[in-house]
Design a protein around this ligand. Structure first.
Ligand SMILES: NC(=O)c1ccc[n+]([C@@H]2O[C@H](COP(=O)([O-])OP(=O)(O)OC[C@H]3O[C@@H](n4cnc5c(N)ncnc54)[C@H](O)[C@@H]3O)[C@@H](O)[C@H]2O)c1
Length: 435
């Protein structure tokens, strides 16, 4: 039976595994498969990444060079030749799923890849989608493509959805010890899916359908977006009331049950939290439902960069200064601390607002020596070294991302005015403004 042969190959690690999309999700996964003994083929369309990987180099800050070299030694190679899919047993899609300009799901990366691999998909393979998406994508969009080719899903080929829970830069949890959710189109699909993931994670949780698995991922991210929206709104209120929201959240977090701490900030960023909830909002319209919590959290979180800039303008006002021609140094481009990922980063939106108000903007971020290429933001800037002179020269610094590499005591000593969006400083120094 096709299923048993494939499961045996997966369980014995004789299966060849292909990971398509070697970014923040796909690369660590590919390395993990190589690590535990599978032969792994990485596929990406970015030729720079392919050259680096095949010569044992890394392009993601928290994935060390040695890990790539070790994977290469295990037979890991990277290619843009989709025909090589034919020689693999498992195909895992880790492709981007952004929003369009109209904030609708953009599944074009998945469709393009499906077009490229369909000629090479065959009986005896498992296809797993890991990209975050709305419930229904796997069975409404991917399954028909396989069936059109004459492959019977659950008999000839196995199709699952298994969401990604990667947390870049997290030193405690990575692919090997983050439990993995998996939903199959049929029970046979789920069995093969569990066999695919059981060797690389400590726990696989099978759920009743691909839709349940897709929805589970969205619930996790919506839960974060809504709770961050809540503390961001409370931050604005407590600021007016003269109460320290960071102290409040830390105090509430001492409750040993029924409370999960979320901390406010300058807004939300990254590939997930600002985007994924809106995949559900879009799909919900099909059912006549308006997802109010998602919209409200989005509205509040999106307004935070503007609020931070207002706090900065107020602080300058108190010093009889205008924002126009003021010199401001933004500390941290990345959307969260200790990572080299600036996608959707609120720091960049703050820079845009400052520039719009004619401030003279500079930034410092050890993870971005040069301002990164972005689809919608262009700054011809280089990271400024945090010297005494550079700090003294600014009218203010705005702490947007509290990287551990920043010396906050030194910054406090030399900056004239600090706008702290992350609760870095807990004392009441008058030159520090919470925002
Ligand atoms: N980054 C995270 O922390 C994270 C966490 C959980 C879930 N996710 C989800 O995982 C998915 C992937 O995210 P990511 O952060 O790894 O994205 P990424 O942009 O870092 O990586 C995607 C990779 O796919 C490649 N690619 C694009 N089109 C391709 C094609 N047609 N064929 C082959 N390769 C192609 C790109 O070159 C890139 O290397 C998204 O759906 C995201 O929402 C991401």
């Amino acid at each position: 039976m096709i299923k048993n042969i494939l499961m045996e190959k997966l369980q014995n690690k004789n299966a060849n595994v292909a990971v398509i999309g070697l970014g923040y999700v796909g690369l660590p996964l590919a390395i993990r498969y190589a690590d535990v003994g599978y032969k792994v083929l990485g596929i990406d369309i970015d030729s720079e990444k392919l050259v680096k990987l095949n010569s044992g180099q890394t392009y993601i800050e928290h994935i060390p060079q040695e890990k790539i070299a070790a994977a290469n030694a295990q037979g890991f190679t990277a290619t843009d030749n989709f025909a090589r899919i034919a020689d693999t047993d498992a195909v895992i899609l880790c492709l981007p799923t952004p929003l369009s300009k109209q904030r609708e799901p953009n599944l074009s990366y998945i469709f393009k890849t499906m077009d490229a691999i369909l000629p090479y998909l065959r009986k005896g393979q498992i296809l797993s989608l890991q990209s975050t998406t709305y419930p229904g994508t796997t069975d409404e969009e991917i399954k028909p493509l396989l069936e059109k080719k004459g492959l019977r899903v659950g008999e000839d080929i196995f199709l699952v959805y298994s969401p990604e829970r990667e947390d870049p830069g997290n030193m405690t949890y990575s692919t090997g010890n983050i439990p993995k959710i998996c939903g199959g189109i049929t029970d046979h699909c789920l069995d093969v899916g569990i066999a695919l993931y059981a060797q690389v994670t400590n726990k696989v949780i099978g759920v009743s359908s691909t839709r349940t698995a897709e929805m589970t991922k969205l619930l996790e991210n919506i839960h974060r977006a809504v709770n961050i929206g809540l503390v961001n709104e409370l931050k604005i209120l407590t600021d007016k009331m003269g109460i320290d929201i960071f102290e409040v959240v830390s105090a509430a977090a001492t409750k040993p049950f029924g409370f999960v701490p979320y901390y406010p900030g300058p807004g939300i960023g990254g590939h997930c939290i600002p985007i994924d909830p809106f995949y559900l909002t879009w799909k919900a319209h099909e059912y006549g439902i308006h997802t109010r919590f998602i919209e409200l959290a989005g509205e509040i979180n999106n307004s935070m960069p503007q609020w931070v800039v207002h706090k900065f303008i107020d602080a300058l006002n108190h010093q009889d200064k205008a924002i126009k021609n003021s010199k401001v140094l933004v500390l941290g481009l990345a959307y969260k601390k200790n990572v080299d990922d600036a996608r959707e980063s609120p720091a960049v939106r703050i820079m845009e607002l400052l520039r719009k108000n004619k401030a003279i903007v500079a930034y410092s971020d050890p993870y971005f020596p040069t301002f990164p290429k972005m689809r919608e933001h262009h700054f011809n800037l280089q990271s400024v070294a945090l010297t005494k002179e550079n700090l003294c020269n600014q009218d203010a610094v705005i702490i947007t991302t509290p990287h551990d590499l920043f010396d906050f005591e030194f910054i406090k000593q030399h900056a004239k005015l600090i706008i702290d969006t992350r609760g870095v400083y807990r004392d009441g120094d008058p030159k520090i403004i919470r925002a």
